[in-house]
Design a protein. Structure first.
Length: 434
């Protein structure tokens, strides 16, 4: 072990044996290549679960709204802040003849803004903020129109810690029950102070679960991310934290990992760059920021809530909360957070959204520091993406179908099982036999 690795080592033993239900056998990856499983997963997971669609900042006041095109034609929806202050969600489909009601320049593009009611662009029917029909053009020409019951079809919609979720299921459990107590602790984090958002979207040629896999283990960084560490792989291997310095936990369908990282630079005098740090790139030193965040944590964040760093990692960097099925909330010790969402479009493509949130910058230096963090994060994510596309190509040959997962790939083992189990449970409930 190198000095860095010795400093971070905890001597913690194995994790997988603590979850005997997961087994230790090789894992079959047909769930990433089978079109038939893709359809079952769509019904059993994506049409049943609570799905994160956007932050509450998108609905700052009564009458605010935004639309979402859930990929793979899963649904086209409108989310509004009603007159009662609560969020509503409904399908973006007119009750008259099915036109998409809310859009701006192009019907396939998402939009948002503020309004009192929505007007269908086809024949002028109007809808209130809850999605109910409020006006029918030439109403007297219709026959027995049950106007009071007409609406854009309603969806379950709830807000938690400023995250807005919808469910396409008819009777989903309350969101808070679905999230459970451990995820519930996220409410203690001051998300509402981090309103500076940098958002990115990419379309990836790989099954969405391969993307989840790629951020669920820290076995790959010396190889996939060598450019960040050291081009000489043997040196890069010595720079990554040891296997035992990570902390894992599984609870219900959700999961958490805590991750170590480099220590923060000491505070500096205003207007000064601070001491040079060995081996640090000049741009990191100048802006005091990099992949692991800024060295000057914004004071607005205050002391971090106690639920973070549950494993007591010595040089803690971030906690990654996996909210089944497709949201990953990563809270960093240095005062910022990132959401990653993975939306299946087809069995071998998905849409990848990365949103990085900070306290709004107070000056140019802070803004540039944030941009440097964003740039590093996106570069890091895109390095993973290349591997995902290569893995999908490899899997689709069918040459290998069973794969060996190590102890530090515990979350991958758990995630694929949780997903398969959710599909099976849904089918069993429906009385479908497989
Ligand atoms: S389809 Fe909307 S008013 Fe006719
Ligand atoms: Fe990675």
């Amino acid at each position: 072990m190198t000095e860095i690795q010795e400093r971070l080592a905890t001597g913690r033993g194995k994790w997988t044996p603590e979850f005997p239900e997961l087994g230790t056998e090789p894992v079959n990856y047909d769930d990433c290549t089978s079109p038939e499983f893709f359809q079952r997963e769509r019904e059993g997971v994506f049409r049943q679960a609570w799905l994160y669609v956007g932050r509450s900042e998108l609905l700052p006041r009564k009458g605010s709204y935004f639309t979402r095109e859930l990929p793979g034609k899963l649904a086209s929806i409108v989310i509004t802040r009603g007159l009662d202050g609560k969020p509503n969600a409904f399908h973006n489909v007119c009750a008259h003849r099915g036109n998409k009601v809310v859009w701006q320049e192009h019907p396939q593009e998402e939009s948002g803004g503020f309004c009192r009611e929505f007007h269908c662009k086809y024949h002028g029917w109007r809808y209130g903020l809850e999605g109910k029909v409020s006006h029918v053009t030439n109403e007297s020409e219709f026959f027995d129109l049950p106007k009071d019951t007409l609406r854009m079809p309603k969806l379950a919609c709830e807000e938690f810690a400023g995250f807005i979720f919808v469910s396409l299921a008819e009777n989903p459990p309350p969101l808070r029950d679905f999230l459970g107590d451990r995820i519930g602790e996220l409410e203690q984090y001051p998300f509402e102070k981090l309103t500076q958002r940098y958002g990115f979207r990419a379309h990836i040629k790989g099954n969405w679960k391969l993307a989840v896999d790629s951020v669920s283990e820290w076995y790959h960084p010396p190889y996939v991310h060598a450019r960040f560490l050291d081009k000489d792989i043997s040196k890069a291997e010595k720079l990554v934290p040891p296997i035992d310095s990570y902390h894992y936990d599984l609870f219900g369908p959700h999961m958490i990992t805590s991750v170590p990282g480099p220590p923060q630079l000491p505070p500096r005098k205003p207007g000064e760059l601070g001491p040079a740090v060995k081996d640090q790139k000049w741009v990191y030193r100048l802006f005091r920021a990099g992949l692991f965040g800024p060295d000057d944590t914004p004071p607005e964040i205050g002391p971090l809530p106690e639920f973070l760093n549950p494993g007591g990692i010595r040089s803690w960097s971030n906690d990654q909360f996996w909210l089944f099925p497709n949201l990953y909330v990563q809270i960093w010790g240095r005062g910022f957070y990132i959401t990653y969402t993975y939306w299946p479009e087809s069995v071998n493509t998905h849409m990848y959204d990365i949103d990085i949130y900070f306290v709004p910058p107070k000056n140019a230096q802070e803004r540039l520091a944030q941009e440097l963090i964003v740039d590093s994060t996106i570069e890091f994510a895109m390095q993973d993406v290349n591997t995902i596309e290569a893995t999908q190509s490899g899997l689709e040959t069918g040459a290998n179908r069973q794969f060996h997962l190590s102890d530090q790939e515990l979350l991958i083992r758990a995630f694929h099982k949780t997903n398969r189990d959710a599909v099976a449970a849904y089918e069993a409930e429906k009385g479908e036999v497989r």
